[in-house]
Design a protein around this ligand. Structure first.
Ligand SMILES: C[S@@+](CC[C@H](N)C(=O)[O-])C[C@H]1O[C@@H](n2cnc3c(N)ncnc32)[C@H](O)[C@@H]1O
Length: 204
């Protein structure tokens, strides 16, 4: 992690009011659509959205799921999400403080975990620990949309800000996922530095 949790939380809370309007790239929108499409919850599923921000994924999945537990470190971002949920009449999304490595979901039975454009703030080792925690929650599926490198990263590309971002290669993420009992069932390349990984566990 190139900044502390508190620095990331403050940074996102400061921009929360403008966040949705600033996410106007085709790649971000494609990533959101793919995460939502692959998550594909049923009406009995509890979904956990880690790094939910203003709830782009959580609010999109809520109509199809039983519940969505939305976790983030930035109260400002979640306040925006809560406002949107109220405006849209969505009542089954529960926003609350939680981190990748401490998601604050004790006692919950999680069916699907999703995360979009958030895990790249963690270092490689922290991502490994986060994926271990996610696997330990016992979901049948984990859908990860994020900045990730399909080839040698070009630092001039817009999806990578070295001062705040710490993306991993697709290979590293795939290794950690498979080491934690997941099978990669889809790899969607949105851009050479943006993708969606679908990791599933069968028979558990
Ligand atoms: C770029 S936003 C993405 C938000 C949303 N998932 C989306 O698709 O629009 C990244 C979010 O990750 C959150 N975040 C950063 N580090 C985190 C951590 N360690 N645990 C949980 N959330 C974190 C930030 O507060 C921010 O809201």
């Amino acid at each position: 992690m190139k900044k502390t949790i508190e620095e990331h939380a403050n940074r996102f809370s400061e921009i929360a009011g403008d966040y949705d309007d600033s996410q106007d790239s085709d790649e971000y929108r494609a990533c959101v659509s793919l995460v939502v499409e692959h998550a594909d919850p049923s009406e009995e599923d509890t979904v956990l959205d880690l790094g939910t921000g203003t709830g782009a994924i959580a609010l999109a999945l809520a109509p199809d799921a039983d519940r969505v537990i939305a976790r983030d470190i930035s109260e400002g971002m979640m306040d925006e999400g809560q406002k949107k949920a109220a405006e849209q009449g969505i009542e089954n999304v529960e926003f609350g403080e939680g981190r990748f490595r401490e998601p604050n979901v004790e006692g919950e039975d999680i069916d699907i975990v999703v995360s979009n454009f958030a895990m790249h703030h963690l270092s490689e080792e922290e991502k490994r620990e986060a994926i271990e925690v996610i696997a330990g929650l016992g979901p049948r599926k984990f859908v990860l949309g994020d900045v990730m490198f399909f080839g040698t990263p070009d630092p001039e590309e817009p999806f990578y800000s070295p001062e705040v971002d710490d993306p991993s290669t697709v290979g590293h993420l795939a290794d950690v996922l498979t080491n934690n009992g997941f099978s990669l069932t889809a790899v969607e390349r949105v851009h050479e530095q943006v993708g969606v990984l679908v990791a599933e566990r069968y028979g558990e």
